[in-house]
Design a protein around this ligand. Sequence first.
Ligand code: PMP
Length: 391
Amino acid sequence: MKGLAHLREELEQLKAQGVFRPLTEIESAQGARVVIRGKEVIQLASNNYLGLTTHPKLKEAALKAVERYGAGTGSVRTIAGTFTMHEELEKKLAEFKHTEAALVFQSGFTANVGVLSSILDERDVVISDALNHASIIDGIRLTKAARRIYRHNDLDDLEAALKETQGYRTRLIVTDGVFSMDGDIAPLPQIVELAERYDAIVMVDDAHASGVLGKNGRGTVDHFGLHGRVHIQVGTLSKAIGVLGGYVAGSQVLRDYLIHRARPFLFSTSHPPAVTAACLSAIEVLLTEPERIERLWANTRFFKNGLKNLGFDTGNSETPITPVIVGDEALAMKLSDKLFEYGVYAQGIVYPTVPKGKARVRTIVTAVHTKEDLEAALHAFEKAGKELGII
Ligand code: PMP
């Protein structure tokens, strides 16, 4: 068929660059080890930080919810798709985050898009970190507000942006709490101080801090003791929480506004009962099994030090996300392939997900990896790294 030839051309270019990939199929449950192409490998590519995807309590909650309420909800939240369980989850999330209210979205992606596209107009400006997640970028593309991008974690550039934008009604600074490709943490206390000095508001996307940073995994606001000083917190239910979804935690006014104006919330069907019940159960697990978070951090320290000691460039990571930066795109893909050969699944990440020249293999350890898993993974990295001349 004619008409889409330009797509084929671009795909041919990706193939020539060695970065065209079919999707990887996982043939087992998600966990410390998974089966891919019939082979059991150590999983270092998932966001299943606490191993909750297969937690018995979450599975039981999901099964019971299906039995009692069925497979789907049959409507958007604002028409006939709000079940008691949805409201219950939002109350639990608000309590957990120490905010007045919370609102659940279908994903972290739609939570960011929903907030950014709805709460501002041409009288306002968004001031956004250069390395913020794609969902923040897309949310900004959909707002009528002006935009100013500041250099990654650069407080001087942020201050310059605040000085340049004095005439706007609302100035919203938005940052990832933990940056997804580098694993570094935003300097939130300094960002909040600047916001207060220049009368701006702050939004944090805590996708990779939810369940990971702060008491019981409450996120970066809790980690830095900034309760009450960050206006909008976005979290995800899809990563450490082990299920699917996103949420916005903040004031009651913010929640009420989003219910009336956030388009992904208004125009897309609500989460099925199994998802909502499993999320509720996951919050309980965060509160009752804090040792999971301790194990996550112990594993993080062990693995990160191991990679550094081998001589890999792990950038500025401070969290369970550790990039192994190799620069060249094809080399990143080759490293990923070799690792698979030696029993480790860790994905190569290239432009446009990361800047050109910064291609990498990204690793994420979890609470459920054993010491043996991590030692075997380090051994695979050593072998593959030496063979490819990276270390
Ligand atoms: N924000 C960041 C920083 C992320 O890394 C992601 C997930 N890739 C999201 C938002 C989107 O979250 P979800 O997967 O729940 O849509």
